[in-house]
Ligand binder design. Structure first.
Ligand code: NDP
Ligand code: MG
Length: 410
């Protein structure tokens, strides 16, 4: 992965598919693309519930194809486009797979949230595309199989997640996958803001609302990842993501709480050097970096002003405060079935929390119980992963239903 040699010709125009164009990452990607119309054009976009937003994006960026959820949404979207529009509308999972792997596409932004992103992202990988990976759930669900496919199909994988993009920027350009030792690397230091509840005591969190959980102090993101950030599950998913992206053992990844979110992550070398990547917390920076790599382009993000910067502080995460983070670290060591289970349980639990069906603290209870019960199977194929994912979702949904029927105080 991260094959720098194959990226030397990126001065050429790139035709891009944006999976999840209506979301937070999708919007930031379109903002960067709009600044560089000669360099990038949009071949296809996808959305799920926001059809009006898709039509507006289509008006500005003139994609050739738009992928939506189903036939009914395709008809609605068609009615929102001009009568003489020549844009093709496709739908369902196959539609996403088609726009991710189409021969006219050079680069795919993978920015669908959750497990729904796995198959389209894998399709882009198998078509040998340059894949800009925001959808961390793909790697959590299928780590080794995903990375094997990147290698087999000679895809180029560039991380968008700000921490992993930062680490990518701090690694040597000749970094040898899964061999940090050869590059003199001692540890990856994943920074975490600690989210909106960093200073809250665990027993204060039972009755927090979805809006409180989504009010991240530094980043503006979709609701699922915002809840994950508040519960620190996001950092847990990122721990697993880092393991697979860079081929690094769990012992060599540390999480460092850095509330200011200015240092996006660091690489610690054996000689005592620590390389950090910094900037204002704005996803247009990693997006612009990944789109243009190995060159640099304008992203629209303001330069970091060190003189206005508050002090940099650092804390170690405590297991009692952030149980989801430590559960994810444990799942990572247990293996693929455990991380697939964790992702599935977390998606179900977060959805139930956002729907105000369960408490914030129930998210951990559901996640832990599903990981404990479902970590054993050996998963050898994507079919195995999908079937395990479905079983874990069923178990998590059962638990959510039990919590709903038992709870009166939430
Ligand atoms: P959003 O919720 O803002 O956007 C999600 C996108 O996925 C939307 O385009 C949405 O469509 C689409 N979508 C939702 N459900 C489905 C589905 N079942 N099938 C197909 N498409 C679907 O999320 P973010 O942009 O915040 O996050 C996207 C991904 O990027 C996540 O994996 C997240 O972890 C990752 N990420 C995000 C960061 C951020 O700053 N936002 C930072 C790092 C990683 P619609 O809106 O039309 O319903
Ligand atoms: Mg991140």
């Amino acid at each position: 992965m991260l094959d720098t040699a194959s990226l030397q010709d990126t001065q050429q125009h790139q035709s891009i598919t944006i999976l999840g164009a209506t979301g937070s990452i999708g919007t930031s990607t379109l903002n960067v693309i709009a600044m560089h119309p000669k360099r990038y054009s949009v071949y296809a976009i996808s959305g799920h519930s926001q059809l009006h937003k898709l039509a507006k994006i289509a008006e500005q960026f003139a994609p050739q194809v738009i992928a939506v959820n189903n036939q009914e949404d395709a008809l609605t979207l068609a009615s929102l486009l001009p009568h003489d529009s020549t844009i093709n509308i496709c739908c369902g999972e196959q539609g996403l797979i088609d726009i991710a792997s189409h021969k006219h596409v050079d680069t795919v932004m993978s920015a669908i949230v959750g497990a729904a992103g796995l198959l389209p992202t894998l399709a882009a990988v198998k078509a040998g595309k340059k894949v800009l990976l925001a959808n961390k759930e793909s790697l959590v669900m299928s780590g080794e199989l995903f990375m094997d496919a990147v290698k087999t199909y000679k895809a180029t994988l560039i991380p968008i997640d700000s921490e992993h993009n930062a680490i990518f920027q701090c690694l040597p350009t000749n970094y040898e996958y899964a061999n940090p030792n050869a590059s003199g690397i001692s540890h990856l230091l994943l920074t975490a803001s600690g989210g909106p509840f960093r200073e809250a005591m665990p027993d204060e969190l039972k009755n927090v609302t979805p809006d409180q959980a989504c009010a991240h102090p530094n980043w503006d993101m979709g609701r699922k990842i915002s809840v994950d950030s508040a519960s620190m599950m996001n950092k847990g998913l990122e721990f697993i993501e880092a393991k697979w992206l860079f081929g690094i053992h769990e012992d060599n990844i540390k999480v460092v709480i850095h509330p200011q979110s200015t240092i996006h992550s660091m690489v610690q070398y054996k000689d005592g050097s620590v390389l950090a990547q910094m900037g204002n917390p704005d996803m247009r920076t990693p997006i612009a970096h990944a789109l243009a790599y190995p060159q640099r382009i304008e992203s629209g993000v303001e330069a970091l002003n060190f003189f206005e910067q508050a002090n940099f502080t650092f804390e170690a995460p405590e297991p009692e405060r952030f149980p989801n983070l430590f559960l994810a670290m444990r799942a990572s060591r247990l293996g693929q079935a455990a991380t697939t289970a964790l992702n599935a349980a977390n998606e179900i639990a977060v959805e139930a929390f956002l729907a105000e069906q369960i408490c914030f603290t129930d998210i951990f209870m559901v996640n832990q119980a599903v990981v404990e019960q479902m970590h054993s199977p050996t998963l050898n194929s994507i079919e195995d992963i999908l079937s395990h994912d479905a079983n874990c979702r069923a178990l998590a949904s059962e638990m959510v239903n039990t919590i709903i029927s038992e709870a009166t105080q939430c």
